[in-house]
Structure formats: structure tokens, C-alpha cells
Write a protein of this length. Sequence first.
Length: 194
Amino acid sequence: MIDFMQWGAVLGFPPRSGRTVELKAGRLRLVAITPEMLLAEQEADAARLGSLLRARLTEEWPPVDWEPYLHKMIQKQYDELPTSFGWHRYVVLDGGLGRSRTLVGAIGGFPRAYGDVEIGYSTLPAFQRRGYATAAARALVDWLLTQEGVRSVSAQTYLYVPESIKVMQRCGMSYVGEGDEVGTVRYRKVRGLE
């Protein structure tokens, strides 16, 4: 079993690297959130965040469901486990070079017990129902399942959010039961089971 404090070492992420880590999914780029980006977001400095991402931010940023505790949770993970760089990502639509890229949503993974990684994702309203969440989630799930120590990837949502359930199903996840909160369901994809 890999616990939270061992996770970054298992994955071999470099501590607080100045480089930007990206995953690609077609036209999408999943750009790793650096501590500097996190600080810019906490301070509601959209100009700084856009500059760090080399992307345009719309007035819909941040997502409505992006709660302040997430900033604290990500910052705590960076402070206690600097090797976790690369787990938390922004989804950036690659519309070209420089500021022609647009920040369309957020996605990230958090280690859980027994080699499971839970992912969460959100797409800004203007970019929903275009396949961005599915493409980003597939890229992250596929990448996570190649990492040493990762046995499965899971996600959960409320039953009244069928779009999120469809994203999980399109990523190859199967229903495994109730989620952590009342009214939620959990889906999971296990390494080696396609």
C-alpha cells in the first residue's frame, strides 16, 4: 500500500520544478499547476495567472465549483510533498501559440489508499458539451495508469449530473458503488482491465 506521503517518491516527480509539465490530448494541453500559478489564483490575479499559463482567461474563470479549500489542499500537498508536482493540472485549449490558448477548465488527481487515484474535473460553461472534459480525463487516466504504484483511477459525482457520469464511462470507468457523500456514485478503472 502506498500512502499519501510516499506517492510523489513512487512517481519520481522532481521537487518544485520551474519547468512546465504538460500532457497532450489532441488540441488540449493539460498544464501542471505550479506553486506560482496557485498563488496567482488565490490572489485572484487573472493577468498573472494568464501570463504564467501563457493562455487567455475568460470572465468565467475560476469555475463556480472551485472552492477555496482546494487551494489549501493543493498548497498543503506541495508543502508536504513537493515531489507531487504534476498531479494538479489546468486544462488549456491549444488554439495556437501564446495568448491564443484559452483556459477552458481544470482537472487534477489526488492519491487515495491502496494505489487508487481520484480525479476531479470541471469545464467552464462556455466550453461544455464539446468533449473537452472527456479528452482531458482520458489523457489523465491513461497517464496515471502507466505510473508505478497506481492500481486504479476513480471519480465520483452526484447522480443528478449525468454529463459527469458520461465522462467517467467514456474514460473506461465502471460503476463500483456509492461515493463518499450522500447522493454520489463512484466509478473506477483498474489497471489492466480494459
